[in-house]
Design a protein around this ligand. Structure first.
Ligand SMILES: Nc1ncnc2c1ncn2[C@@H]1O[C@H](COP(=O)(O)OP(=O)(O)OP(=O)(O)O)[C@@H](O)[C@H]1O
Ligand SMILES: [Mg+2]
Length: 254
């Protein structure tokens, strides 16, 4: 069943065509990779889906509702979450507090809700704190629980960001290069945990990534963008063998 249906989407910044005429269906429960060289429009696509930039044209349907043009906080409140390529944590707050805010669905009001002790419906603050502890453990973050998030290396902040996003239990989570800045071992552990929690909680994942090898182990299907346009979709193995995809990447390297 389609959870997200993007149809002929275009995003423009003045004269720059960031996304051009892209159509894409994400099915409920799948892990879908999006790859493409620098400037392919991956982040712009996520920004459009989450309402952070306006679509120039086209349609975005999420759980059978049109969401193009809807404000970001309303989009997140219907179960669409994201993480940022450059990480946006509350740098002065502890890792624990950052992940705790994830349990409060309207992320932009998270700290306020926390201050007012408004937990998830019917759930006490004590339960929410216990869940936060478990989530920190799952992502190997327990030792950093009391550390100010802004003081941590980028790769660890990325893990905090993923944990916080999963805490909100969105229906669909869009992750923008979630493992960049991590060592190979860190990345593997983070990907394993992410996949396990997503399956357990029925969270559909869209993972933007530069590196095809990472997606080989994570995604069931992959869509390749190039210069703002759809280039190909298929299994990771099919994409690795696709001539147009190889050319796009060779062009990027050259
Ligand atoms: N806010 C903006 N203002 C103007 N141009 C932008 C803006 N954001 C993105 N662009 C342009 O849109 C195009 C697509 O950029 P985007 O960041 O979506 O690519 P990307 O695939 O995420 O790249 P990367 O792999 O480097 O993160 C690029 O040409 C970029 O310069
Ligand atoms: Mg990007």
């Amino acid at each position: 069943m389609a959870l997200l249906e993007i149809n002929a989407l275009s995003v423009r910044f003045g004269g720059v065509a960031a996304v051009t005429d892209v159509s894409l269906v994400i099915n409920s429960g799948e892990i879908h990779g999006i790859i493409g060289p620098n400037g392919a429009g991956k982040t712009s696509l996520i920004n459009a889906v989450t309402g952070m930039v306006a679509a120039h044209s086209g349609s975005i349907r999420f759980a059978d509702r049109e969401i193009a043009g809807v404000a970001p906080h309303l989009i997140s409140s219907v179960g669409l979450g994201r993480t940022f390529q450059h990480v946006e944590l509350f740098g002065d707050r502890s890792v624990f507090d950052n992940v705790l805010t994830g349990f409060y669905r309207h992320q932009s009001y998270g700290l306020l809700a926390a201050a007012l002790r408004l937990g998830k419906a019917g759930q006490s603050e004590r339960q929410t704190r216990e869940q936060t502890r478990l989530l920190l453990e799952a992502f190997d973050l327990t030792v950093y629980a009391d550390t100010r998030a802004g003081l941590l290396p980028f790769g660890i902040q990325k893990r905090v960001d993923i944990a916080r996003a999963l805490a909100a239990e969105p229906k669909l989570l869009l992750l923008d290069e979630p493992i960049s800045g991590m060592s190979e071992a860190e990345a593997e552990a983070a990907v394993t945990t992410m996949r396990m929690l997503a399956r357990e909680h029925g969270i559909t994942l869209v993972v933007v990534e530069h590196n095809m090898h990472v997606l080989m182990n994570l995604a069931e299907r992959v869509t390749v963008l190039n210069q703002g346009r759809w280039l190909a979709s298929g299994t990771p193995a099919e994409m690795q063998a696709n001539t147009a995809v190889i050319e796009a990447y060779l062009g990027d390297a050259a």
